[in-house]
Design a protein around this ligand. Sequence first.
Ligand SMILES: NC(=O)c1ccc[n+]([C@@H]2O[C@H](COP(=O)([O-])OP(=O)(O)OC[C@H]3O[C@@H](n4cnc5c(N)ncnc54)[C@H](OP(=O)(O)O)[C@@H]3O)[C@@H](O)[C@H]2O)c1
Length: 195
Amino acid sequence: MRIAIFGTGGMAAALGSRWTRHDLTVSGRDRGRTAKLAAELGAEVKSWADAAREADAVLLAVPSSALDELLPSLNLSGTVLLDCTNTPGDAEPPGTPVATRIAGHVPGASVVKAFNLAHVDVWRMAPPTFEGRPLGVPLCGDPAAVEVAAELVRDVGATPLPAGGLDRAPLLEATAAFAIGLWKRGADARTMLMS
Ligand SMILES: NC(=O)c1ccc[n+]([C@@H]2O[C@H](COP(=O)([O-])OP(=O)(O)OC[C@H]3O[C@@H](n4cnc5c(N)ncnc54)[C@H](OP(=O)(O)O)[C@@H]3O)[C@@H](O)[C@H]2O)c1
């Protein structure tokens, strides 16, 4: 699969490092950091536009606020967009869901909400298992795009959890905001989902 990684920070590096069997490109706004991550991943450096045009899937590992400016100018027709973003803030309910905004910017692309519920340190685990059980990764999007995302979840060593269409992505964004809010107040948010 041709995967374009947008961003050069923690999420880009952690997830990209699990996908090196694929054909990877890295795009970022800082030339040095982009070249460094690309070298680490054995990836090619590409402009946002070239990477978008050629990719089967794009990981959007930049702040959600950057996407409004970045996405509208790109040719992403037929591309799967992996939206791992969370809105900054804590327990406040997010405003317009990011996944909805993205889908509006690039109507020809297929947005999948994915990878937003776990901290970057979890994505650095190889594989991410807890008490002997693999991490479950909920995916919201159309079924064909979710199947693409599911392959990449399996590459991470986690279990894909198809969780409905993109209309359910706001639930994932709200869940993250709620958990991050608890965590920032010192609570062990992970314990609330243990079974
Ligand atoms: N960290 C987590 O635990 C975690 C977990 C789940 C989801 N997420 C989400 O994943 C996304 C990336 O998070 P991260 O932790 O990887 O952040 P990060 O380490 O701070 O990296 C952010 C990346 O986005 C780039 N960027 C920032 N503003 C930009 C702009 N206006 N235009 C283009 N690129 C821009 C940064 O470039 P520069 O280096 O030039 O600043 C950097 O490459 C965020 O949406 C976040 O909400 C994070």
